[in-house]
Every structure is written in structure tokens, then in C-alpha cells.
Write a protein that binds this ligand. Structure first.
Ligand code: AP5
Length: 215
């Protein structure tokens, strides 16, 4: 099964993708994670992407499409894929069609997480992750069981993203409205779009996604 998770910044795409990885042994392809890794490693892609990401704008279509192509080659045909944060423009949606054909995959669902944008600023500015294993937390909605230790790996090191400040979040949302939301009709015309209330508690959102996958 191959699915796209769509929704504005903070809608819960990463949260739901990690759960699908655990429960269904799918592979999460997050262009945001790939780009952050490239920025950290100071690769040519990372050097080009850094300022764009910090401004809350979109990195070039060519770069992200190449990243996805490389990952699909490495994964091979067996495991299902969750596209998290890709495609984000009409050009990327078109490129994805070519990539799916090239790698012998077909799209099963495009799941849109429907959210209230005002609540997302609070979600994003409050989130942090374990610096060691990447488990996600939130200052109010999901704190570690022992306050200073990661539930999963026990690390006491946590980090926050450079683009998770209010001004950048608002720019990322504007990019979503202008460039990403307009790709939905392309998938709607093929009957692939399913919607889940992304404002519900995390477990309920997961249950909604499960119903779609089982249907
Ligand atoms: P990317 O990393 O993709 O960021 P994003 O789309 O802005 O999405 P986020 O990761 O911020 O949010 P999410 O929906 O995954 O939410 P999460 O699950 O973390 O992209 C970053 C940048 O990279 C872009 O701005 C761009 O520059 C570049 N980029 C990436 N892909 C690109 C592409 N294809 N083309 C061009 N440029 C690209 O949840 C947020 C918080 O809320 C968490 O703390 C979580 O615990 C909490 N939460 C989640 N669900 C719930 C819930 N139901 N109730 C309460 N809290 C919840």
C-alpha cells in the first residue's frame, strides 16, 4: 500500500506516519526529514535548502523529487510507502506519477488531515523531539512519562526545529494554501482523497486512518 499524507504544517503527518511505520512496517518518506538531514550534514543539497527552509518557503521541485527517487530505489518494491510532505506542488504531483510508474508502485490513498490553522501554531511551537531516537513530544499534548527522559530510548537530550517559530510557521501555512492545497483536486478527480479530522486526539486520528486503510 502506498499513501500520501496531506495537511498543513503541524497537521500531524509525521506523528501518524511514525505510527504507520510501527504498526504496518511501512516506510516513511518525509522530504522535510531528508532535507533536515542534508542541512545537518552540510551536503550541497543541504547548503542550498537551509535558508529556504528557515524562511518557511519551499525547496526546489527538482531537489525533492530527486531525493524521493533515490529513496524509492533504495527501498525496492516490497514495503508500502507513506509520502509525508511530498508532493507539495503541482509539479511534484506530476513528477510523482512518473516515479510511481518507474518504481512499479501505485497510489492507494491520499489522506488529508483536516485542521484548524490557528490551533496549529500552538501545536508546532510546542513540539520537540528526542535528539537520539527522534520520538516526538509536545509541551502540552504529549510529554515524556518521566519529564526529562525519552519514553522510547531513555535519552535526556531533546531538540526543537529551527523553523518552528511563529513567523516561519505562518509563512509555511501560506505556502501550503497557495501551492499544496491546490493539488487536491488532481487526486479528488481519481477518487483517491479521504479526509480525517486532524483536530481529534492523536489516537482517534490514527483510528480514522486505520478505517481508511482497511476499507
Ligand atoms: P516538513 O518537515 O514537511 O514540515 P511541515 O509540512 O511544515 O510539517 P510538520 O513536520 O511541521 O508537521 P506535521 O504535519 O508532520 O505535524 P507533526 O506530526 O509533527 O517541511 C519543513 C520544510 O522543508 C518546509 O517548510 C520546506 O521548506 C521544506 N520541504 C519539505 N518537503 C518539501 C517539498 N516536498 N517540497 C519543497 N520543500 C519541502 O505534529 C505537530 C505537533 O502536534 C507534534 O508535537 C505532535 O505531537 C502534535 N500533534 C500531532 N497530532 C496531534 C493531534 N491530533 N492532537 C494534538 N496534538 C497533535
Amino acid at each position: 500500500m502506498n499513501i500520501i499524507l496531506l495537511g498543513p504544517p503541524g497537521a500531524g503527518k509525521g506523528t501518524q506516519a511514525s505510527r504507520l511505520v510501527k504498526d504496518h512496517a511501512m516506510v516513511q518518506l518525509s522530504t522535510g526529514d531528508m532535507l533536515r538531514a542534508a542541512v545537518k550534514a552540510e551536503t550541497p543539497v543541504g547548503l542550498e535548502a537551509k535558508a529556504v527552509m528557515e524562511a518557511g518557503e519551499l525547496v526546489s521541485d527538482d531537489i525533492v523529487t530527486r531525493l524521493i527517487d533515490d529513496e524509492l530505489t533504495q527501498i525496492g518494491p516490497v514495503r508500502g510507502v507513506i509520502f509525508d510532505g511530498y508532493p507539495r506542488t503541482a509539479a511534484q504531483a506530476e513528477s510523482l506519477e512518473g516515479l510511481l510508474a518507474k518504481h512499479g508502485r501505485k497510489l492507494d490513498h491520499v489522506i488529508e488531515l483536516e485542521v484548524d490553522e490557528d490551533a496549529l501554531v500552538d501545536r508546532i511551537t510546542g513540539r520537540f523531539t528526542c535528539a537520539k531516537c527522534g520520538e516526538g513530544y509536545h509541551d502540552r499534548y504529549k510529554l515524556p512519562r518521566t519529564p526529562t527522559l525519552c519514553d522510547v530510548c531513555g535519552s535526556d537530550q531533546f531538540k526543537r526545529r529551527a523553523d518552528d517559530n511563529e513567523a516561519t510557521v505562518r509563512q509555511r501555512m501560506a505556502e501550503y494554501r497557495a501551492k499544496t492545497a491546490p493539488i487536491l483536486p488532481f487526486y479528488e478527480a481519481r477518487g483517491l482523497v479521504k479526509r480525517v479530522d486532524g483536530m481529534a486526539p492523536i489516537a482517534e486520528v490514527s483510528a480514522g486512518i486505520e478505517t481508511i486503510l482497511a476499507g
